[in-house]
Design a protein around this ligand. Structure first.
Ligand SMILES: *Cc1c(COP(=O)(O)O)cnc(C)c1O
Length: 524
């Protein structure tokens, strides 16, 4: 698109509107924003620094010979640039974020207030332990809650995301097998209904991954899994509730069979939001499970924001867990167990996963969330999350194909397919039209076992009114898709940019900005 003189892109009103295009390209409060390179010039700067007292440069051949080419902007220009860009984004504070598997829920402001207390926000990981007893106390108390809520034996607090927690659990399993002299067990069984990070983690940890099929009802095929157990199987990795939004009812029987065959059970606990306070994974025979603090226990995430994936461990695996960990001593003081050589009480640890102690800010937020809900409040979180998802499922199953609805209620996620859409229409058209309706799209084409999957997780923090509006929007869009409404193919129409070629953008990203050649110069 051509830039006009002032650097702005002209905009054309929606078809059918009799408004003239605006000079600026802005559409009222929807402000166009050019790249920072297009609005800033290299000879401007927001700061004025006194010229340095000249001294001989010691850079030698490394001294820069050409300008660096960074755009310069004044402070107000900089603030406006980034504020304008931020307004083109979607956020949980703007509206419902139905991304299945991500648990995008409200982040209570109280969490933020606590995390910003200087005693937590300003501590340094290398401070002497005596000066950070409060912060260590938070880690220790949160660890107790996680152990209590899951019915497990121990917890590794340092993993920094869900997938990192998976790695922690699998490294514990590897260390336990080696200690038993059974390091030859290399196969990890992963059901089709597991999250994609599971096979990736198993492979990364040096195991060989084998798929276990799902039943038509969307759950693990227990018989197929049992039949595959044997002396080469190290572990199974099961997501529960699984990515079809269903509870794996046979998990206890599966764990018993896996243990009898000498293997371990890893449970992907990212969906703990649906069962917290209702089910203790330890009672299901699980050996290791990560918890996404940034999902179940709120705390902001997305856009690469911080995560935290503490991994709870069974009695069998706890001795192999990573350092460091906290321990409350008899005198009430909290010790940080950091050194592999510190004593003989943890000789089997597989080592360390992070430089320091984990995501302190996330610990503070998660503990605040837990304490402000209390045990009964946490149970209600799970109940309301499941209720909301079932409300979405039952409200839309007459319009959208719901492949597992026959099997009974779902957990915290409702799943639909693109079955019944006319030729040429798919889930992406529905998702893009939802943007025009003011919603972030749902998770698309995942899980893979459902054709054109739409995975919707409303979470417990949405009101019935908000759900009704979303359901109304999705119903309207789905009906347009089923009627073959061609305008869906180019949606979104009201977003700052219309349908993009996402494949091209992902495969051939343009990461370098080049100054456009001005036509008059090019002609010279
Ligand atoms: C989010 C998620 C993960 C990965 O967690 P990250 O924190 O993104 O690494 C793993 N499994 C399931 C089921 C998830 O929903």
């Amino acid at each position: 698109m051509a830039l006009n003189q002032s650097g702005w892109r002209p905009t054309t009103p929606e078809a059918g509107s009799n408004a003239a295009p605006t000079f600026t390209g802005n559409k009222a409060l929807m402000l166009e924003e050019a790249l920072i390179f297009e609005i800033g010039s290299t000879d401007t700067t927001g700061v004025e620094v006194a010229a340095p007292v000249t001294s001989a440069s010691r850079l030698g051949a490394l001294a820069r010979t050409a300008p660096i080419g960074l755009p310069g902007l004044s402070e107000p220009e900089t603030i406006r640039h980034y504020t304008r860009l931020s307004r083109q984004n979607y956020a949980i504070d703007l509206g419902l974020f139905p991304l299945g598997s991500c648990t995008m829920k409200h982040n209570p402001r109280l969490n933020e207030k606590m995390a910003r207390l200087p005693g937590f926000a300003d501590v340094h990981p290398l401070q002497p332990v005596d000066t950070v007893q409060g912060a260590l106390g938070v880690i220790n108390e949160l660890a107790f809650w996680l152990i209590d809520l899951t019915g497990m034996h121990g917890v590794a607090m340092s993993p920094k995301a869900g997938a990192h927690g998976e790695l922690c659990g699998m490294l514990c399993i590897k260390a336990a097998l080696e200690k038993r002299g059974e390091g030859h067990r290399k196969v990890v069984l992963v059901p089709e209904s597991a999250h994609g990070t599971n096979p990736a983690t198993a492979a990364f940890a040096g195991f060989t991954v084998e798929d276990i099929p799902a039943t038509a009802g969307g759950r693990v095929d227990t018989e197929a899994l049992k039949a595959r157990l044997g002396p080469d199987v190290a572990a199974v990795m099961i997501t529960n509730p699984n990515t079809c939004g269903l509870f794996e009812r046979d998990l206890k029987a599966i764990s018993d069979a896996v243990h009898a065959a000498g293997g371990y059970v890893y449970c992907d606990g990212a969906n703990f939001n649906a069962i917290v306070g209702r089910v203790r994974p330890g009672d299901l025979g699980i050996d290791a499970m990560h918890i996404n603090l940034h999902k179940t226990f709120s705390t902001p995430h997305g856009g690469g924001g911080p995560g935290s994936g503490p991994t709870v461990l069974s009695e069998a695996l706890a001795p192999f867990g990573p350092l460091p960990f906290t321990a409350r001593m008899k005198d009430g003081h909290i010790a940080l167990i950091e050194e592999e050589t510190a004593g003989d009480d943890h000789p089997d640890t597989f080592g360390r996963m992070t430089a320091f102690h984990g995501q302190m800010g996330m610990f503070t937020r998660a503990l605040t969330y837990i304490l402000s809900h209390g045990a009964d409040g946490l149970r209600q979180v799970a109940e309301d999350a499941v209720l909301n998802a079932n409300y979405v499922l039952r409200s839309l199953e007459d319009t959208l194909d719901a492949p597992f609805a026959f099997a009974g209620p779902c957990m915290h996620e409702a799943i639909f397919s693109d079955e019944g859409f006319p030729e040429g229409f798919s889930t992406i058209d529905v998702a893009k039209a939802l943007i025009d309706e003011g919603f972030h799209p749902m998770t698309m084409y995942f899980p893979l076992v459902v054709h054109g999957a739409m995975l919707i997780e409303p979470t417990e923090t949405e009101s019935k009114a908000a759900l009704d509006q979303f359901i109304g929007a999705l119903r309207s869009v789905a009906e347009r898709a089923k009627a073959g409404d061609a305008s869906l193919k180019t949606a979104p129409h009201f977003a700052p940019r219309s349908r993009l070629d996402e494949t091209l953008a992902a495969r051939k990203p343009k990461l370098v900005w080049r100054e456009p050649v001005v036509a008059s110069e090019a002609a010279e």
